[in-house]
Design a protein around this ligand. Structure first.
Ligand code: ZN
Length: 125
């Protein structure tokens, strides 16, 4: 039985808070964080033109790779994420020894009233 800070008695042993230390995989970026849950923290990385990318656990070898947007932007409302050469980036992959994660910068979906009316007509048959 433990006393919770809010005054509630909790049965069982006191929960353990385990600090997780995070850092940016880019060598010249000094961003870091300490969290007490396994959710991956993100940061606007100065080495990647401010792209919002994940930190990695301290001690894990990792590398961030940008994925250039290959498609025609057209009227899509894409996120303004560019690489050092000014090309639009659609994702950043964080590669580790045991796999990789992808942070996708998806365009904002848009539709007009005509689009929704036509979709509704198609659905009604
Ligand atoms: Zn960084």
């Amino acid at each position: 039985m433990t006393d919770h800070p809010l005054g509630v008695r909790i049965p069982g042993p006191a929960p353990q808070l385990i600090a997780i230390r995070w850092e940016c995989a880019n060598r010249h970026c000094t961003s870091w964080a300490v969290t007490y849950d396994p959710k991956i923290p993100y940061h606007p990385c100065r080495e990647m033109e401010g792209a919002f990318i994940p930190l990695v656990r301290v001690g894990v070898r990792a590398e961030h790779r940008t994925v250039e947007r290959p498609d025609n932007v057209g009227r899509d409302l894409v996120q303004d994420v560019t690489d050092r050469r000014g090309r639009l980036v659609m994702a950043v992959e964080t590669h580790r020894d045991d796999g990789y994660d992808t942070t996708v910068y998806a365009p904002t979906a848009t539709a007009t009233r005509d689009d929704t009316d036509q979709a509704r007509e198609r659905a009604d048959g």
